[in-house]
Structure formats: C-alpha cells, structure tokens
Design a binder for this molecule. Structure first.
Ligand code: HEC
Length: 176
C-alpha cells in the first residue's frame, strides 16, 4: 500500500508537471491580441485625390506671336481695352494705366496710376506670357485686381492683341 508520502509526492509532481507544461506552451504559442482588425472596414469616404487645379492652364502664347495679326489686334484693342486703357505714347491713364511700351515694362510701374495692392505685390515685368495670363482672365491671374475685364478666351484674339501691344513701344521687344 502506497504511503501517504508517496501519494503526496505524486500529486506534487503532477502539479509541478502541469505548471511547467503550461509555461512552456504559453511560451511557444504566444497568444497575442491584434490591436486592429487585420481587415479594416470603414465607412469613411476615400481621401480626395489629385491636387487642386492650377488657377490658369493655357499653352504658351510665345510661339503664336510671329504669325499673329497686328491689325486685328488693334481693332480688338479698340473694342475691348480702349474703354479703360490708352496705348499711345504719353497717353493719359483712364480706369486703367496707359499701356505704351507695356511689354517688358515693370508691373504696376506707370507713373500717376494707383494700382491695386495685388498688382503692386506681383513683381517682375510684363513678359508675353504674363500679359497672356492677365488678359485670359484677370481675376484668375490676380485675385483682387482692379482690372474688371472678363477676359479674352480665344487664343488667337490674345495673340493678336499682344502682337499689337508689342508694336506700341519706342523699340518693340524681340519676338520669342
Ligand atoms: C474695365 C476696365 C479695363 C478693361 C476693359 C481692360 N483693363 Fe487692363 N487694367 C485695368 C485696370 C484698372 C488695371 C490696373 C489693375 C490693378 O491695379 O489691379 C489694368 C491693368 C492692365 C495691365 C497691367 C499694366 C501695368 O502697368 O502693370 C495690362 C497689361 C492690361 N491691363 C492690359 C489690358 C488689355 C490688353 C485689355 C484688353 C484686352 C485690358 N487691359 C482691358 C482696367 C481694364
């Protein structure tokens, strides 16, 4: 007959064995909770993609100037611009500044004209491309400009007007 000690020893041994097995299996299995579900299901709208469109996207006007029609540009100027701008040498400022020699003239630099702060802040000179952007849509080129003009959407019209403006100078700027 097994002694009390033997039985107690067996119980102790199996208890120890169970503890050891438990520890080992824990160490091997590594139960581990996921912080997030592996497959996230959300009802959020996908983030908007693509940058905001640039204010003005038009092809360069430079290559169109050599073939532009200066006479048509003069007629267009008289119809579309003359109500606000003179363009003769020494001409008066009207609603807008005189435009004699405006190609390559520093922006917002005509004596005696009170420009808007956005025009003054623009900086640089009026190269062909900047004039093109301005007259395509003044408010898009310069938000807050005083030039209350809807714009010339047709590329040919803008090329003709710019080619005409170019001739209205002591020394017309070279064509690009
Ligand atoms: C309703 C009046 C108005 C019309 C029409 C108009 N402009 Fe202007 N323009 C202005 C005003 C005002 C300014 C000054 C804008 C400012 O200070 O924000 C200006 C500025 C300019 C400038 C910059 C001049 C400088 O000294 O920096 C150019 C170039 C110009 N206009 C060209 C044109 C052309 C070309 C047309 C015709 C296609 C035209 N504008 C039609 C009112 C007008």
């Amino acid at each position: 007959m097994a002694s009390f000690n033997t039985i107690a020893g067996c119980v102790l041994a199996s208890a120890l064995f169970a503890m050891v097995v438990g520890k080992v299996s824990n160490a091997v299995v590594h139960p581990h909770k996921l912080d997030k579900p592996a497959l996230a299901v959300t009802d959020e709208a996908p983030a908007a993609t693509g940058a905001a469109p640039a204010a003005i996207e038009i092809p360069p006007i430079g290559p169109k100037l050599a073939g532009a029609n200066v006479e048509a540009g003069k007629a267009l100027f008289q119809k579309q611009c003359f109500s606000c701008h003179t363009v003769d040498k020494g001409g008066a400022n009207k609603v807008g500044p005189n435009l004699w020699g405006v190609v390559n003239r520093a922006k917002a630099s005509h004596a005696g004209f009170s420009y808007s702060s956005v025009m003054t802040a623009k900086g640089g000179a009026w190269n062909y491309e900047d004039i093109d952007h301005l007259i395509f849509k003044p408010t898009a080129y310069m938000r807050g400009t005083k030039m209350a003009f809807a714009g010339l959407p047709k590329e040919q019209d803008r090329a003709d007007v710019i080619a005409y403006l170019r001739t209205m100078a002591d020394t017309p700027a070279p064509l690009p």
